[in-house]
Design a protein around this ligand. Structure first.
Ligand code: FEO
Length: 386
């Protein structure tokens, strides 16, 4: 397996996880990569590593360029194990290498690995090291999306090594955005933001402010495709998402027991249609929660429905609500709906979660005892926007 040249003496040497389908609950139907980058200079520098089980693949690629034992610096932009998992093995090959990471990164490495013999240099906030013809500027950027995060910028090459920022879960032979279908890249970019980065919009804004001060020709994220053609698009899109931009679009997300909640969902669909608001029906039995989150990223209206099951929300819906709460989309309009038999517990619980925990502005809830008739469904069109 080969290293891929990015610029003279700079190579992609990462690992491709073709079979990855689950990234802590996120459906990664296109697999992923863990991107590591090798800079050949007076001090040979490896930026980030790969998941532990792809260490040999990374070494094979590095070995096509240099003897891995010659690595002087290993930059650890982020301790999460998809990027640091191969560190123990890397340090077996190059025991004299110094790890450069943030102060929190240094602390967290000690909480993940046996680091007694590791040489770790901690970056406080911003710092530059010279590696020969090039400099590497390190900027600590906490909570994009762990407290240890750091980005690395090489001014001579105008390359930003952005770690998880601008990443996408895509396994591909192609490495660059001018080689890969842009629509798929942007879809996976959105899915990554919605499922990983969304709660940290304020931190993203700070990182974007830093990025705007830099001349950037290439963005090397730690997952997926490298940006070298569509950099402005990548940055502008992140800006929109970090500022909670939404479209006039409604999502009707639900599960159903005997079809009554689904009937209400369809009536709601018509209600939004009449108002000329784009709308999608998303039954949780057929849509993965991480795919729904990609749609939530830009949807203004989030309607959630469940029948009452044993005085509770159906588990498929409560699972989605837990996921939604954690990812914390902001400035949305919510609506709770569902049918019930003798207790309307599920609708009340959904309403409370959307209103009190998600802080959504609420439309009128739709609650219907047993099976809604034609006239009941027609009335829904008028109820929700009252
Ligand atoms: Fe790709 Fe936060 O790890």
């Amino acid at each position: 397996m080969n290293a891929v040249k990015i610029k003279e003496n700079i190579y992609w040497v990462g690992g491709i996880d073709w079979n990855l389908r689950n990234f802590h609950g996120y459906l990664t139907q296109r697999g992923s990569t863990y991107n590591a980058f090798l800079i050949i200079d007076e001090k040979i520098t490896l930026i980030d590593t790969v998941k532990h089980y792809l260490a040999d693949e990374m070494f094979e690629r590095i070995s096509k360029v240099i003897d891995p034992s010659k690595i002087d610096y290993i930059v650890c932009n982020h301790v999460e194990m998809d990027h640091s998992g191969a560190l123990p093995k890397v340090l077996e090959y190059c025991p004299n290498a110094t790890i450069i990471t943030s102060q929190v990164g240094a602390d967290n490495l000690k909480l993940h690995y046996e680091t007694e013999n590791w040489k770790i240099q901690a970056i406080k906030k911003t710092e530059t090291i010279n590696i020969g013809k090039r400099n590497l500027n390190f900027v600590v950027t906490p909570m994009v999306h762990w407290p240890d995060n750091m980005i690395t910028y090489c001014p001579e090459e105008e390359i930003l090594f952005s770690n998880d920022g601008f990443g996408q879960h895509i396994a591909s032979f192609e490495r660059f955005d001018d080689e890969f279908p842009l629509n798929i890249l942007m879809e996976e970019n959105a899915k990554y933001y919605a499922n990983i980065v969304l709660p940290y919009g304020e931190s993203v804004k700070k990182e974007l402010e830093i990025a705007k001060t830099l001349k950037i020709s290439i963005i090397c994220p730690s997952h997926g495709i490298i940006w070298r053609k569509n950099i402005d698009l990548a940055i502008q899109t992140y800006e929109k998402w970090a500022n909670n931009f939404t479209e006039n679009k409604a999502l009707i997300i639900y599960d159903t027991m005997w079809g009554s909640t689904e009937s209400i969902a369809k009536a709601l669909y018509k209600a939004f249609e009449i108002k000329n608001i784009a709308v999608e029906l998303l039954n949780l039995q057929f849509n993965h929660i991480s795919d729904i989150m990609t749609k939530v990223l830009t949807a203004k209206y989030i309607c959630i429905g469940s029948p009452t099951l044993n005085n509770e929300i159906m588990p498929s819906v409560s699972g989605f609500l837990t996921y939604l709460k954690g990812l914390a989309p902001k400035d949305r309009i919510g609506l709770a709906f569902g049918s019930y038999g003798w207790s309307m517990a599920s609708i009340n619980k959904i309403e409370n979660i959307l209103k009190d925990e998600c802080k959504f502005t609420m439309l009128n809830s739709i609650k219907h005892k047993y099976v809604p008739k034609e006239n009941d469904l027609k009335r829904i069109e008028n109820i929700i926007f009252e």
